[in-house]
Design a protein around this ligand. Structure first.
Ligand SMILES: Cc1cc2nc3c(=O)[nH]c(=O)nc-3n(C[C@H](O)[C@H](O)[C@H](O)COP(=O)(O)OP(=O)(O)OC[C@H]3O[C@@H](n4cnc5c(N)ncnc54)[C@H](O)[C@@H]3O)c2cc1C
Length: 376
């Protein structure tokens, strides 16, 4: 990339609102001069430094720009690196795929604890138990009495830890920050679980030669994602419906915000009430379908006991075949669920419309195109 570094990344991505807060730059920074704020943005931590200043960058370090999944021509570069070609914007609105399946764990405990079919947890447990990985960079609930709302980056290394982290929280968790723990423990192979923005790290490390993490990340599992909400916003909407966040045992989003409570209660709250509390970093994200993951997973099917599974790469295919061959996962074709397939196309099209093509800094590309005129 030549003469660019944190200064350009800050001005073109953070300052313009393109930054999702994925923390790839913080993860990759070899001198630990980048920190992470409580409101999910990377910052320069050098004493007395301006936000966009980096003395290491001035000396030639450009790793943060190479790890970032929103810098300049990221999407076409990542497509080329992972799939060997640019995507077809007319037929690949949710990104290139090898196959689309519906999957679920055959282990009852894993299936019950999983948000949908428990595929993600099954892959992680299998990877750990077969020593394909030493750890999984993921997210867990913060044990602070605030119910299943506060998520923090977490390095899981055992079946129990994977299961403790299973399920979905709709508050942002910058999972790549847990990679620092994997580094400290000198782990050689880890899996990365992350929302769409974080899963694109799979492509940046490949496209721009972030070699340390290119070698280290054995599998990236993406979570389909339209947006995350602030903790305070979710707390407020629930309070308006007479629900204390501390009483909540599980949440899910299936067209409505679903809430299960300790007393056995179940509540549905209109999703639109949460939209004002959309986290800032999600507002311009064009990627619903975790388009650069090895395997992308979601729960938009007619039957939420299954994980909608998009296999995108050869290694994704190998891992999925591994758990199916071992009898740990059952699978059926994605076309069995036309509801899921339609929603996948529709929601991917909606997210693509967010990318602000008309006000990008010089050198930035508009990713994908918008063939779906009827989704507005
Ligand atoms: C914020 C968010 C928004 C989502 N939005 C959609 C959507 O709009 N449509 C859709 O189809 N699917 C969405 N998903 C994905 C869906 O909820 C499931 O995660 C997915 O179907 C996998 O299910 P599973 O049972 O196989 O995973 P599980 O076995 O339950 O594993 C889930 C993994 O996700 C990790 N995780 C949980 N919460 C977070 C978080 N906040 N940040 C990072 N990692 C986390 C867990 O640590 C765990 O490793 C979303 C997920 C999240 C976290």
């Amino acid at each position: 990339m030549g003469e660019v570094h944190w200064r350009e990344l800050y001005r073109e991505v953070v300052d313009t609102g393109l930054c999702t807060g994925c923390a790839a730059c913080v993860m990759a920074c070899p001198r630990d001069v980048l920190g992470y704020t409580d409101d999910y943005f990377p910052v320069q931590v050098g004493e007395g430094m301006a936000h966009d200043q980096c003395v290491i960058g001035d000396r030639g370090c450009d790793i943060c720009t190479r790890a970032c999944p929103r810098f300049r021509s990221w999407e076409s570069d990542l497509d080329e690196a992972l799939f060997g070609r640019p995507r077809d914007p007319d037929t690949e609105i949710f990104g290139p795929v090898r196959s689309i399946l519906l999957t679920r764990a055959t282990d009852k405990a894993v299936h019950e604890l999983g948000q949908d079919g428990g595929l993600v947890s099954t892959l992680l447990i299998w990877g750990l138990e077969t020593e394909r990985i030493e750890g999984a960079v993921t997210s867990r609930i913060v044990n602070d009495g605030r119910g299943p709302f506060d998520a923090e980056p977490f390095l899981a290394t055992t079946r129990d830890e994977v299961l403790a982290a299973a399920g979905s929280r709709y508050t942002y968790s910058a999972n790549p920050l847990a990679m620092k723990q994997a580094d400290e423990r000198r782990m050689k192979q880890v899996a990365l679980v992350g929302m769409s923005c974080q899963a694109s790290i799979n492509g940046t490390v490949e496209a721009y030669g972030v070699n340390k993490y290119k070698r280290k990340i054995a599998l990236t599992i993406g979570l389909l994602c339209s947006k995350t909400f602030t903790y305070e916003g979710q707390q407020q909407v629930l309070a308006e419906h007479g629900i204390d966040v501390a009483d909540v045992t599980k949440i899910n989003i299936k067209g409505v915000f679903q809430v299960w409570t300790r007393d056995g209660g179940y509540h549905e709250i209109p999703l639109k009430l949460f939209h004002p509390y959309t986290r800032e970093g999600c507002k311009l994200c064009p990627d619903f379908a975790a388009e650069h993951a090895d395997i992308s997973t979601g729960g938009i099917g007619a039957d939420d006991n299954w994980t909608l599974t998009l296999v995108r790469t050869e290694r994704g295919e190998e891992w999925l075949k591994g758990v199916i061959d071992e009898g740990l996962v059952e699978a059926k074709p994605g076309e069995d669920d036309p509801v899921a397939m339609n929603l996948l196309t529709k929601l991917s099209g909606w997210s693509r419309k967010r990318w602000p093509s008309d006000r990008l800094p010089d050198g930035h590309q508009a990713p994908g195109l918008l063939p779906i005129a009827s989704t507005s």
